[in-house]
Write a protein that binds this ligand. Structure first.
Ligand code: PGA
Length: 241
């Protein structure tokens, strides 16, 4: 997966919500041919990855993991290394999703180590960041983003940034285009090189308007990526931009 601001990225995050059989059906049903400018990728749970990458190669989808270890290998029970992911053909990995930041206390140091491991193994990291509701309501959006962006300061290598306001994730509450533009412009001012996608309750009905924004290079989609129809609809709207 090439990383540049010339591309649009339509990324689906299945979280722990897709069964193995339904995941397979999704990959088999995906009918859109690959495009040079618009990339579609699914970030699936580990058990999906081995068979998914085979199916995906045929139908032009990229396949990614939802997390990776910050360690190279060895005695880390339950962990999966970037090298292992890369060996089975996985191309990309989500890092620092807000669910991991909140529930697994991921901090900047750990996040940085994961990103460096991913880059070293040839995976494209998708680095997630975003403020929660309390932080937004107390006027601290930029301060929070600034702090989270420290994890990638001076980084060598390419990644995709995913701006996902926590209050918009899984809530049906999409950020306004103004809120998205403001946050993306702030992030781009610090990190001008990297494409920035928006995530948080993106649906087929709202995706086109969001992706048409100048500062937006695509979307990270949770709920609406579980069904092939809705995810393909979002991919089609990206193609028509
Ligand atoms: P959502 O999830 O689209 O269901 O809000 C987005 C995400 O968590 O990446």
């Amino acid at each position: 997966m090439q990383v540049s601001k010339e591309h649009l990225y339509v990324l689906g995050n299945w979280k722990m919500a897709q069964g193995f059989a339904s995941g397979r059906e999704f990959f088999e049903a995906w009918a859109s041919p690959a495009d040079e400018k618009v990339y579609a990728a699914i970030y699936a749970s580990f058990p999906h990855l081995l068979t998914a990458q085979d199916l995906c190669k045929k139908n032009g989808l990229f396949i990614g993991a939802q997390d990776c270890s910050d360690q190279e290998g060895g005695a880390y029970t339950g962990e999966v290394s970037c090298q292992q992911l890369s060996e089975i053909g996985v191309e990309s990995v989500l890092i620092a999703h807000s669910e991991r930041r909140q529930r697994f206390s991921e901090d900047n140091e750990l996040i940085r180590r994961k990103i460096e491991r991913a880059l070293h193994a040839g995976l494209t990291p998708v680095f997630c960041l975003g403020e929660d509701l309390q932080q937004r309501e107390s006027g601290r959006v930029e301060g929070v983003l600034q702090e989270q962006l420290k994890a990638i300061e001076g980084l060598k290598g390419d990644l995709i940034i995913a701006y996902e306001p926590v209050w918009a994730i899984g809530t049906g509450k999409v950020a306004t285009t103004k809120e998205i533009e403001e946050a993306h412009s702030f992030i781009a001012a610090q990190q001008p090189k990297f494409p920035i996608v928006y995530g948080g309750s993106v649906k087929p009905e709202t995706a086109a308007e969001i992706m048409a924004l100048r500062s937006v290079n695509g979307v990270l989609v949770g709920g609406a990526s579980l069904k092939v129809e809705s995810f393909e609809q979002i991919f089609q709207s990206a193609l028509s931009l």
